[in-house]
Design a protein around this ligand. Structure first.
Ligand SMILES: [Zn+2]
Length: 544
């Protein structure tokens, strides 16, 4: 007899293109049966919990293949001000954060996330001057929405030990006219001392933050996630991972978490990574692979392009690391069996990522990805036509965030020009080339809500229904989108045999959406909500 039966008019298994009338029968943590035109009555015992879903959609849980887990946990907590994401100018942002600071005298640092120059009419980057005037007495750290820069004040610079003599080999610590740092920290190396302030909290606070974050994840129907922070595998990071291990051991993890650490700090023997893989290896928590950044983002001209920026002639942007270093580290990781995931925004970064995998594949006897490694390129916002067929050929998975195209499509056209914009976020082109794909939000860059992503992927329109970008032909179908967001993302962590579809014998990660996405006007998808989330056979969320 079953533990749980979900039955109704719309079961989308992910194996076909349309839902059908039927039932999903769950016993323990597995799917026992998926029934067509059958309500599962034969499996109902005295303890079976039956949910009548009617016209609601029963489908596999969403797998968000790229989030910043610990940053996300902070973002969902009351300790970080997210209201600045609605700011329309530097002055507006300062007003909001000052209000937050006044309401939170107990916080020793003032933390915020989500300001974005693209929402400020593309105004110049802000400086410490405005923050110093509003909050002179406590360090302020405000992470940009794209997570590639931090805006801080004088107290923050002081706390991080950054002064006029501080230099970085990648990214930038811009100086003002007086030669002092102006308060912007651009890219990872520059942010190295400031970023941990947004990640590490006292133990009790961290626990309470995790509880809140897990609840939010479950409410969004997400049953699998990849943490793509990527943290350097040191004691600080292991402490963060151990908090998750503790939650897992206590049975509190309500989403499968897959951890990816920093690639560039891997040692020649991959010893730390192998140890992590042994320590975090449960069905709910796994150390999976490594990640690095080939470039930054085009909004701050740190994206790496093949041809100069349209609005900054003769400037290509820079890669974050020498190609040989990325290649050497990739080879070590891949040889040890760990997949590598590269952040690539500009078309030159994408080409580098593909080149690196081509070289390392050849070096380790993995031609055409015969060893089945799950190497990915993240974002792939700009792509040269010559590189399109290489994903399928090399077995490299594309991992874009469809909702991002609604955020800065216009800014993108300004940066790279209309010609290159035709291959911006080229979902259709890549799918047609035979490339495998996974979807994600890059939370907290945007919210966890999967329906925003789905709507953007199938319409290339923003929240208001307005077209974004100049390549509407790159939209894909609803069925394709749902399959990518479930099975496609499961493939990224090599678990497509046990997750990602509704099939007999697979692990029971199943959700119920309040409406049948296949039967409503596209625009309505934006307002859909998850009603029930089952992860590993346990009900982890039910909407009241
Ligand atoms: Zn990211």
């Amino acid at each position: 007899m079953a533990d749980i039966i979900l039955r109704g008019n719309a079961v989308f298994t992910g194996l076909e293109d349309r839902p059908f009338k039927g039932a999903v029968v769950i016993s323990g943590n597995k799917i026992e049966k998926v029934l067509r035109d059958d309500d599962g009555s034969a499996y109902i015992g005295p303890k079976t919990k039956v949910t009548e879903c009617g016209d609601k959609l029963i489908m596999p849980g969403f797998i968000d293949a790229h989030v910043h887990f610990f940053m996300g946990s902070a973002a969902s907590s009351p300790h970080v001000c997210m209201d600045i994401s609605r700011s329309v100018s530097e002055a507006d942002c300062v007003r909001i954060i000052k209000e937050f600071a006044d309401q939170h005298p107990e916080e020793e640092r003032i933390l915020g996330m989500g300001w974005f120059p693209a929402f400020w009419n593309d105004a110049p980057l802000p400086t410490k001057k405005s923050l110093d005037a509003a909050i002179p007495d406590r360090p302020v750290y405000l992470l940009c929405a794209d997570a590639h820069s931090i805006w801080t004040n004088s107290k923050g610079l002081e706390e991080c030990g950054i002064d006029k003599n501080t230099e970085v080999s990648s990214g930038d610590i811009p100086k003002g006219e007086d030669g002092e740092p102006n308060g912007m920290l651009i890219e990872l190396e520059a942010m190295a001392d400031a970023l941990p302030k947004l990640l590490h909290f006292p133990k009790e606070t961290a626990r309470e933050m995790l509880r809140g974050f897990l609840a939010e994840i479950a409410e969004n129907g997400i049953t699998g996630i990849c943490d793509m922070s990527p943290n350097i595998l040191n004691d600080d990071t292991l402490a963060l991972y151990d908090d998750l291990l503790e939650a897992d051991t206590a049975g509190l993890l309500s989403v499968r978490v897959h951890l990816y650490s920093d690639l560039i700090t891997i040692d020649a023997d991959a010893k730390k990574e192998k140890e992590a893989a042994r320590r975090y290896c449960s069905p709910m928590l796994r150390y999976t692979g490594l990640k690095s950044f080939v470039d930054g983002v085009t909004s701050t001209y740190t994206g790496f392009l093949l041809e100069p920026y349209a609005d900054r002639p003769e400037f290509l942007g820079d890669p974050n690391y020498p190609k040989e270093d990325l290649e050497r580290c990739t080879r070590i990781a891949n040889e040890a069996g760990f997949p590598v995931r590269f952040h690539c925004i500009g078309d030159a970064a994408v080409r580098w990522g593909l080149d690196i995998f081509e070289t390392t594949n050849a070096a380790i006897g993995n031609k055409g990805n015969a060893r089945g490694l799950r190497n990915t390129l993240e974002h792939v916002e700009t792509l040269h036509a010559d590189d399109v067929p290489r994903f399928a050929k090399l077995g490299v998975i594309v991992s874009p965030q469809p909702y991002h195209l609604t955020l800065d499509a216009n800014e993108k056209i300004v940066r790279v020009g209309p010609e290159r914009s035709r291959l911006e976020w080229p979902l259709r082109t890549l799918l047609d080339s035979g490339a495998q794909m996974a979807f994600s939000t890059d939370y907290p860059v945007v919210g966890l809500n999967p329906f925003r992503n789905i709507y953007a992927a199938i319409t290339r329109r923003d929240d208001e229904g307005k077209p974004t970008g100049i390549n509407p032909d790159e939209k894909i179908t609803l069925s394709e989108t749902l399959k990518i967001y479930t099975l496609g993302s499961a493939r990224v962590y090599g678990r497509e045999a046990e997750l990602g579809t509704l099939e007999e014998g697979k692990l029971a990660d199943v959700i119920v959406v309040d409406r049948n996405l296949f039967e409503i006007p596209e625009f309505e998808i934006n307002s859909c909500r998850v009603e029930k989330t089952i992860c590993n056979g346990k009900e982890v969320f039910t909407r009241a």
